[in-house]
Write a protein that binds this ligand. Structure first.
Ligand code: SF4
Length: 246
């Protein structure tokens, strides 16, 4: 005798994803802010494409807390851009997240861990500081997009991790959508974009690439690593969220 397959009821994240899967990024951000208010954060690298999400979020509220991972290994141009762009957009709550002193002293006192173990380096410089900062929040927004390829091809608009709901307001947008938005709103470019960096992270792990190369081809070149680990589900039995480094 055949039994009908029992379907689990959709989770809140799945319901929200169904509701917002084709929505404009502004509508997604507005809905997230309406649901979570001060418990909603935005995580930004102030990298090559960051201005778009930051500008969109600023139209909803300039006070949304923005988490910026200052790993201690960023390009000076990124630090300058973080300051100038925040000021231009009027962002009132940008938080610089730095690695814990004890983690650096114990695991990377000479700041060379990236040469031998990039996963461990990302763990103490990105994953741990962000995990600690996100203790204060119930949901956060990322700037990931499907067109970046790899695991991101199946990126939903709303996903869940063991502790948070995650919104990806730009998941549906193409490179052309982003470029058009930048032109329309006169958003300033990260200074390294013109030097051939379509994706910008820490200086030891980011290289310039030829025009037309994959957006993330300059990240961790020569390694299997493609993501920093901040988007990796970290509890057994959890719905796996989609990988993605900032
Ligand atoms: S991207 Fe490179 S330098 Fe930056 S935290 Fe990861 S391994 Fe370290």
């Amino acid at each position: 005798m055949a039994f009908a397959e029992v379907q689990s009821p959709p989770t809140f994240a799945q319901q929200l994803n169904d509701e917002l899967r084709n929505a404009h990024p502004t509508e997604i951000i507005r809905r997230a802010f309406e649901l979570y208010g001060p418990k909603l954060a935005l995580v930004s690298s102030f990298g090559a494409e960051s201005a778009v999400l930051l500008h969109l979020a600023a139209q909803v509220s300039k006070g949304i807390p923005v988490m910026f991972l200052d790993t201690g290994m960023l390009f000076g141009q990124t630090l300058d851009y973080r300051k100038s762009l925040s000021a231009e957009l009027g962002l009132s709550d940008v938080r610089d997240l730095r690695p814990r002193f004890a983690d650096l002293a114990t695991n990377d006192p000479d700041a060379v861990l990236w040469k031998t173990d990039t996963d461990a380096c990302c763990e103490i410089r990105k994953v741990v500081p962000l995990d600690l900062a996100l203790d204060d929040f119930d949901a956060w927004m990322t700037g990931r997009k499907r067109f970046h390829g790899g695991d991101r091809l199946r990126l939903p608009v709303v996903e869940e991790t063991e502790r948070h709901l995650k919104f990806n307001p730009l998941a549906n947008w193409s490179k052309e959508d982003l470029d058009a938005y930048v032109v329309k709103h006169h958003l300033p470019a990260h200074p390294l974009v013109a030097a051939g960096f379509p994706s910008i992270g820490c200086w030891p792990c980011t290289k310039a690439v030829d025009a037309g190369a994959d957006v993330r081809a300059g990240r961790w070149q020569g390694q299997d690593k493609t993501e920093c680990g901040i988007h990796t589900a970290r509890a057994p039995g959890v719905v796996s969220d989609v990988g993605g480094g900032i």
